[in-house]
Write a protein that binds this ligand. Sequence first.
Ligand SMILES: *Cc1c(COP(=O)(O)O)cnc(C)c1O
Length: 470
Amino acid sequence: MEYISTRGSAPTLDFEGATLAGLASDGGLYLPRKWPRFSAAEIRDLRGCEYWEVAVAVMKPFVGKSLTEAELIEICQQVYGKEFSHAAVTPLVQLDGQHWLLELFHGPTLAFKDVALQMLGRLFDTFLKRRDERLTIVGATSGDTGSAAIRGVAGSERVEIFMLHPQGKVSDVQRRQMTTVRAPNVHNLAIDGSFDDAQAHVKRMFGDADVTGTLNLGAVNSINWARLMAQVVYYFYSALQLGGPDRKIAYSVPTGNFGDVFAGYVASRMGLPIETLVVATNINDILRRAINEGDYSAGGVTPTITPSMDIQVSSNFERLLFDAGGRDGAAIAQQMHGFEKAKTMALTNAQRVGMKDLFRSFRADQDQTARAMQWAHAASGQIIDPHTAVGLSAAQDMVADDSIDPTVPIVTLATAHPAKFPDAVERAVGVRPALPQRVGDLFGREEHFTELSGDYEAARDFVLQNASAD
Ligand SMILES: *Cc1c(COP(=O)(O)O)cnc(C)c1O
């Protein structure tokens, strides 16, 4: 399988190259040149398969010759056979006659990002060993990505990870999930500054010749194609449980960077019958305006009780604009450069038509989010996290709108375990969710992190002094 950039001028790469590259050199994002297609009969053949078997079938055409089938099977068995605490990996839970939850939080850090980052860690190791190379990952996190990325690569002999977080500005659970991991290749840096400062430092390192001259830098944010690929699997797996491919399913996806919901779009392009993809946003709703009105304009970010969805610009939306709008790389490059300058752009007619049949979007404010948590608790005794609640609220809005056939199951993606956000959950439903036993004594373990001033040089020098050069 060949991978091309959404901006049309970066070299095409194979799966291995796209996985290690992250962002394309022209500033675009990698996508497969063609979508693999599964017939209904081929999808039906996956009924009754275990999660790892569905993962192998879905990923195989994307991986191409970069892994042998035996290597792919081994990685999928390791990741989806061992690292998740539920035998079904991503189990479904029924809320009422039409609404379901797809629990994506049974991985080591209790958020859906584990499903992909556990896989990405294994892929990095396999490819780096083959090339006899090392990779230095530098990332900035406001919470979930950092801990899942650290757990994905902890203990790797080929990967070193430096994760910057804004000191005092991530939750205790999230910080401890990063700082209590003891592995020689893991470095936590607490920056005196904001998340934006930390992210700016990381971006600057990627363009700093002193860093790139000695280190082979890699990225783990959701621009990495391999992460999206791993997320396509649970759309297939859940649809099979609910009668797919002989029945259409709708999905409601709590959305930030548009990675998770784009994976649903990929599943649909591959032949999985999906009725609707609901892009659920909090009050930071640039995506809702883009989908419903064709107006993609960034404003300021307002902090909410769903921090992983507090975004201004959704990097993966570029992939949808490219694919739904006719795959014109030169035009996307121009459109995105215009957006980077003006912070606003209008979608083209082709882009609007290309997404109109599959996508709907609703937003939930804080009261609607709390009401969805209360409804799930009252209807079926389920305690859900606020991000999941934004998704459920949007799913209910779609039903109230009379815009979905009542026989179509609506699956809301449960993106985090409620115990990651105990205060918001307790305020809404009066119950403080306990951390599952498997995360162990998170609050008893020793933390390891280095405090740094907010200066770029402090972060850069720490990375240069502590990374093992290639
Ligand atoms: C990352 C995250 C999201 C947003 O997912 P995207 O792929 O960025 O759209 C939603 N909920 C939770 C809990 C997350 O950690």
